[in-house]
Design a protein around this ligand. Structure first.
Ligand code: NAD
Length: 259
């Protein structure tokens, strides 16, 4: 994988940051993306570059905008070369019952969790098929495979991402380009900390009860999956060993969807 160019959206935090670190560790040059404190992001960028010896760039494109998604791809090509690996990881969550679910949160989740993956994939696909190599990995969720209450937009976008994965995989199946989804179970990251607070509000449980009874109760291994375990699955899909895997939704969920 040495010398491959990768984009990891939403890689300023959590799972995306672990994926960026792992791909850089395999020799990839990586474009980081996401929101957050510029000084913290620069420190993370520099640390990955130092540890991996590869080129690590950053662009704070706000993926709600299709123009920003296209600009992220264009900047990557300019700075690091044609995109070999695209990991659509950025994601947001909102927890509320359907009757009071805010319209603007529905639109936000659709834009960041689903439409951004469409626009980014669209922007890289011609170059990947022309070069007869490409890896698109969409970070869905265990909630891309099964439903959950109070998360209508999240469940819809994560199921949608698996549909997009299958459609793209089949369209380019004979070109050397693969497209897969990875479906994490519960990983302790900022998005989960926010959900714990939201669930506590909706259910009336204390935050530690929410973690134990809502999140880990559904996860048979009874511990959070780690961001590094998700990154390992992404590295496998992007590696030569993953060449025959396309159109699949790989659950890395501690048994969540096996129940
Ligand atoms: P996180 O909140 O730590 O990271 C989300 C990333 O997306 C951040 O880098 C953030 O800056 C970025 N982002 C958010 N809105 C953006 C926007 N408008 N433009 C650009 N970047 C934006 O969360 P995480 O847990 O690391 O989640 C990463 C992915 O994994 C998400 O798609 C999430 O749905 C999925 N996932 C997480 C879990 C979990 O338990 N943590 C479980 C299943 C799936």
């Amino acid at each position: 994988m040495r010398g491959r160019t990768a984009i990891v959206t939403g890689s300023t935090s959590g799972i995306g940051l672990a994926i960026a670190r792992a791909l850089a560790g395999e020799g990839c040059n990586v474009m980081l993306n996401g929101l957050g404190d510029p000084a913290e992001i620069e420190a993370a960028r520099a640390a990955i570059a130092e540890a991996s010896g590869t080129r690590i760039a950053f662009m704070a494109a706000d993926l709600r905008s299709p123009e920003a998604v296209r600009a992220l791809v264009a900047r990557t090509v300019e700075d690091l070369g044609p995109v070999d690996i695209l990991v659509n990881n950025a994601g947001v969550q909102h927890v509320a019952p359907l009757a009071t679910f805010p319209d603007e949160q529905w639109d936000l989740l659709l834009a960041v969790n689903l439409s951004a993956a469409f626009h980014a994939s669209k922007a890289v696909i011609a170059s990947m098929t022309a070069r007869r190599f490409g890896r698109i990995v969409n970070i869905s969720s265990a909630l891309g495979l099964v439903g959950a209450p109070h998360k209508p937009a999240y469940v819809a976008t994560k199921h949608g991402l698996i549909g997009l994965t299958k459609a793209v995989a089949l369209e380019v199946a004979e070109t050397g380009v693969t497209c897969n989804a990875v479906c994490p179970g519960m990983v302790m990251t900022p998005i989960i900390e926010m959900q714990v607070a939201d669930q506590a509000r909706v259910t009336g449980l204390a935050p530690e009860e929410v973690v134990r009874e809502v999140f880990l109760d559904n996860q048979p291994i009874r511990r959070p999956v780690t961001a590094e375990e998700i990154a390992g699955a992404v590295v496998f899909l992007c590696s030569p060993a993953g060449s025959g895997v396309t159109g699949t939704a790989l659950a890395v969920d501690g048994g969540y969807v096996a129940r």
